[in-house]
Design a protein around this ligand. Structure first.
Ligand code: CA
Length: 627
């Protein structure tokens, strides 16, 4: 920690900017260097003037407090801080738990009132081990905006709480689709209050991924049915969590503690100027996020903030996991502190992140939670971009293909990903997220289209199946981007963070058109769940019981799993990934095997029998046999 912050006291009690009771409300805000601080009370979430303002009083722990008597439930408030003789703009504080439209003012709210019926009985679906996790990353609008989604609450939290929704041909959509697919975690793109969608103008279609945080501890208003009424978004988020839990699906929040929408006008800067952000020697904001600023997790109050925010989402909203955006901007110590605190609540809560930053952070690299430091962060996973790039090509060149499109030289990194990165940066295969596409960059269907020359749709579907087979037979933790199981596309758009629904929304008629692809992915997920050999969970088991078969042909990867040794009902499992345009032959031990996958078809109980030692794998497809 830089010496200049040593004289900023840090409270030992949890951050609580509002403590409500029917008799009185106690406000507090951390601002050790302020000259004066006041709290302004309002009747409404926007407009008008305060009906009351109270000066606050500095405590030894650096917080300013005031208790206001009376029942303040429903009253809106802002804090205001004076430094260098000047009053700064009003802010809802750094830990607002309820806010009005666009998050400008916080609200005193009895949170118990926001609990939906049955909330006290809501339970986290059982998870035996991180090796059982199957992630499905999604955006509310992508998933529900299509006119054929059959979902009423399009683009809302409640879209994921609707039962029995169907597309025009009667196939399941929404929550029913997720149940049918068999994923056990959804990772929701930013769901906290962010700034890039104007909640006061929702009649205008607006789309954003939401990587521009405003209030970290409040659900985003545009995903609620009424952003003007603070309790509504809170209750609806909880309804969504409860519906997903009842469907056996855990909820992962995408958390973006590494930067804010705008540092200068952020609650961090308006309450404790200069403290929460890293700066260069010349006083300018460091920009490891590529979004104009980077937070300083190594400073005790920022670390405390992240930690308590994570715990708050778990306790108040029953969230089951977290994806840390640009985790490489945070320090290792903070990430380990989060794992430790979360373990005390529930060690089955899954934590993972992006083990990189957009630009070089203004902090010693060896202390940052980059992918190369994962061995120092047990129980936390990172995205495995090696296999992603080896399959589809690097993120910075849309037109360049790799293994999938027959470019040789990528076999090594495909193998690297199949093993769960344990030959290098992962101490356990569950520390690697296995994926071929996520919200960033082109989705896999677009990428395959962009990197194949005049390929027919049939050929592109073959490659899509091959890509997702690699992901789902990897020892890492598989992640599927929403709609990849339906051949969804984004009209070729690479960075679709603010593209309209016409680009981002999944057309649910795709499920009807590509039901064969959907069935293949669904059966692959089911097969993975049934067979522990595909997710052994421990590096020493993978090293011992997974072996790559010698293959001379380029663009072919073959491996053998000794299933029985890890408790699988299948003993010898052989998987071959062939991206060549012709049938290839691979030598296996002489014997009689059951065929589970061949030529884009999958049947766990068997598609037929293979006898012999020379296995023929059809073009551009995966093959799996077992005995
Ligand atoms: Ca917002």
């Amino acid at each position: 920690m830089t010496a200049e912050f040593l004289d900023w006291p840090v409270p030992s009690s949890p951050l609580a900017e509002v403590e409500y009771s029917q008799q009185a409300t106690r406000f507090s805000v951390w601002s050790p260097k302020a000259e004066q601080v006041k709290v302004n009370l309002y009747r409404r979430g926007e407009g008008g003037v305060p009906f009351e303002s109270y000066p606050m009083h500095l405590q030894v722990d650096g917080t300013w407090t005031v208790a206001v008597s009376g029942n303040l439930n429903g009253v809106f408030y802002t804090f205001q801080v004076q430094t260098a003789g000047k009053w700064k703009s009003e802010t809802p504080g750094i830990f607002a738990k309820a806010v009005g439209v666009n998050g400008k003012r916080a609200q005193v709210l009895d949170l118990k009132e926001t609990n939906p019926e049955g909330w006290e009985r809501d339970a986290r679906p059982v998870l035996r081990s991180f090796s059982d996790v199957v992630l499905y990353e999604m955006h509310y609008r992508d998933f529900s905006m299509d006119k054929e989604s059959g979902i009423s609450h399009k683009g809302k939290f409640l879209a994921l709480a609707e039962q029995g929704t169907k597309n025009a041909e009667g196939l399941a959509t929404g929550l029913e689709h997720l149940k049918e697919l068999g994923v056990n975690h959804v990772c929701l793109l930013p769901s906290y209050d962010y700034g890039s969608v104007d909640e006061a103008r929702l009649q205008m279609p607006q789309y954003n991924w939401g990587y521009d945080p405003v209030n970290y501890n409040v659900p985003e208003g545009s995903y609620s049915t009424n952003p003007e009424e603070p309790a509504v978004r809170i209750k609806e988020f909880k309804q969504m969590v409860m519906a997903l839990h009842q469907a056996g699906i855990r909820v992962v929040m995408d958390v973006v503690y590494n930067h804010v929408l705008d540092a200068g006008t952020s609650a961090f800067e308006l309450t404790a100027p200069g403290y929460f952000f890293r700066k260069h020697a010349d006083g300018t904001y460091a920009n490891g996020s590529g979004c104009g600023n980077e937070t300083a997790s190594e400073r005790p109050m920022m670390r405390k903030f992240i930690l308590e925010s994570v715990l708050y989402w778990i306790k108040e909203y029953h969230v089951d996991g977290f994806r840390f955006d640009l985790m490489g901007i945070h320090d290792v110590e903070t990430m380990n502190a989060i794992r430790k605190a979360v373990d005390q609540l529930d060690p089955s809560i899954f934590l993972y992140g992006e083990g990189w930053a957009a630009n070089k952070p203004a902090f010693p690299l060896e202390l940052l939670a980059m992918k190369g430091r994962m061995v120092q962060m047990p129980g936390i996973a990172a995205f495995g971009d090696e296999m992603r790039d080896a399959l589809r090509g690097a993120w910075n060149n849309n037109k360049k293909g790799a293994f999938l499109t027959g470019v040789s030289g990528h076999e090594k990194n495909v193998k690297f990903g199949l093993m769960g990165a344990i030959q290098d940066w992962a101490a356990a295969p569950t520390q690697m997220i296995s994926y071929v596409s996520c919200h960033d960059d082109m989705c896999i269907a677009d990428r395959i289209k962009a990197t194949t020359q005049r390929a027919s749709k049939e050929e592109r579907i073959r490659l899509q199946k091959l890509a997702l087979t690699a992901v789902l037979v990897s020892q890492g933790v598989p992640l599927i981007w929403c709609g990849d199981e339906l051949l969804r596309d984004k009209k070729g758009v690479h960075n679709s963070y603010n593209s309209p629904d016409s680009v981002n929304a999944i057309a649910w008629k795709l499920k009807t058109e590509h039901i064969d692809l959907f069935h293949y992915i669904r059966e692959l997920i089911s097969l993975r769940k049934h067979h522990v050999a595909f997710h052994m969970g421990k590096a020493e088991l993978v090293k011992k019981h997974m072996e790559f078969l010698p293959v001379k042909t380029k663009n072919v990867v073959a491996f053998l799993l000794h299933g029985q040794a890890v408790g699988d009902t299948w003993n010898e499992i052989i998987v071959v990934l062939n991206s060549c345009k012709q049938t290839v032959k691979v030598r296996v031990s002489q014997g009689t095997y059951t065929i589970a996958i061949k030529g884009g078809e999958l049947k766990e109980s068997g598609l037929g029998v293979f006898k012999g030692h020379l296995l023929a794998i059809p073009p551009q497809s995966a093959m799996m046999i077992y005995r």
